[in-house]
Design a protein around this ligand. Structure first.
Ligand code: HEC
Ligand code: HEC
Ligand code: HEC
Ligand code: HEC
Length: 268
């Protein structure tokens, strides 16, 4: 799969560069404005029309006083403490990886997508001081099925070890192939130390750069080993809107035609 994937990445780079030139601003991809993650009045989500703010980022980020109980950037919502049913409860005979508690960036997504918390609940509302809270209730399933609920056994595994495990922060910075994995059916991953923190990602175009169009892995510690995990944002970039055709459907990191998203990790 390597050769075709490389070609497709090169094409997308070319397309992205073209977009920037044409649109004349720095958004290197289809942006969040006007998307389903634009919960302000200008957006297209199920609550946008009724909210009384034009702000976009505030529904998820605050520049000051964020929730730091999980490693998510400047998070403006209380992270959920829902009891989730995990994928492993399905008891498939093929699952190799161990699950960490639902955490990391997945908790940030689930702070809206498990349906327990209203979307206008935020730590720091728009405006100065306490600000004015926008309107907007809990997410509902209207239209499609954006609400995952607390039963995650019917969703792709998250907070799960990449490739069944085998990788650790004690490994040197390098590209690791299936020989290092417990589950050999996975594509190689790159490790780099950034700000003294080990980071892993599926470096699909082998350029050594950690790019948001590649499948991100999230650094977590399980059973004393700091290692890479698959989370919601491994496949999704919450800012990448569905405005550029199939390529950006469902806030995916990359084009999923020919199942490129799936084949980025799974060697099938
Ligand atoms: C619907 C929720 C949501 C909204 C709205 C949102 N973000 Fe994010 N943002 C996230 C999540 C979740 C992450 C962590 C993603 C990850 O781990 O890759 C993130 C990460 C980031 C990051 C760091 C990673 C990166 O992609 O560069 C920046 C910067 C950022 N957001 C800026 C913004 C700005 C600016 C806005 C408003 C224009 C915004 N975000 C709106 C959810 C959101
Ligand atoms: C602040 C609340 C909030 C957070 C946090 C949030 N979302 Fe959403 N998300 C929404 C809303 C609202 C919609 C639109 C639902 C609708 O109108 O059908 C949505 C829609 C989506 C969709 C469907 C897009 C489409 O085109 O149909 C995906 C995929 C998605 N979110 C993924 C994520 C992921 C992954 C994260 C974490 C990285 C995340 N969301 C975090 C509120 C949120
Ligand atoms: C392994 C990759 C992967 C992971 C991990 C993942 N998703 Fe998705 N998700 C996808 C793909 C691919 C689609 C598009 C499916 C389609 O084309 O219908 C999608 C679609 C969605 C949708 C839109 C559903 C619809 O049809 O309206 C939502 C909402 C969503 N994801 C949220 C999440 C959340 C929240 C998490 C973490 C709990 C998550 N995803 C984890 C790959 C993933
Ligand atoms: C970011 C990497 C990544 C991406 C992208 C990805 N997966 Fe996975 N997937 C995993 C990991 C890790 C597991 C757990 C494998 C294990 O431990 O046996 C998994 C497990 C699975 C399983 C099997 C679970 C079991 O019970 O054995 C299926 C089926 C699956 N993924 C399908 C998909 C599909 C379809 C897509 C595209 C929509 C996709 N995956 C995208 C990493 C990924």
């Amino acid at each position: 799969m390597n050769a075709p994937r490389k070609n497709i990445s090169m094409l997308s780079v070319a397309a992205v560069v073209g977009t920037v030139v044409v649109m004349g601003y720095g958004a290197a991809f289809a942006g969040i404005k006007g998307s389903k993650h634009d919960l302000g009045t200008g957006g297209t989500s199920q609550i946008s029309a009724g909210t009384n703010t034009g702000e976009i980022c505030v529904f998820c980020h605050t520049p000051h006083g964020s929730d730091t109980s999980a490693a998510v950037p400047l998070w403006n919502k209380t992270l959920p403490s829902t009891n989730y049913t995990r994928y492993s409860a399905l008891n498939t005979s093929t699952l190799d990886g161990a699950e960490a508690p639902v955490g990391s960036v997945s908790l940030a997504c689930l702070s809206c997508h498990d349906g327990t918390q209203a979307m206008n609940v935020m730590i720091n509302a728009p405006g100065t001081g306490a600000g004015t809270a926008p309107t907007g209730g809990k997410m509902t399933g209207a239209g499609s099925f954006p609400v995952l609920g607390s039963d995650l056994s019917n969703d792709h595994p998250i907070s799960i070890q990449y490739a069944g495990g085998g990788l650790a922060s004690t490994d040197g910075d390098a590209t690791y192939t299936s020989t290092a994995f417990k589950d050999k059916d996975f594509n190689s991953v790159r490790k780099a130390t950034i700000n003294s923190v080990p980071q892993w990602w599926v470096d699909s175009n082998s350029d050594g750069l950690r790019q948001k169009t590649e499948m991100m892995l999230y650094t977590r510690t399980l059973s004393g080993v700091t290692q890479p995990f698959v989370e919601c944002a491994s496949c999704h970039d919450p800012h990448n809107a569905a405005t550029a055709g199939a390529k950006q459907v469902a806030f995916l990191r990359t084009d999923n035609s020919n199942s490129e998203v799936c084949l980025a990790c799974h060697n099938k």
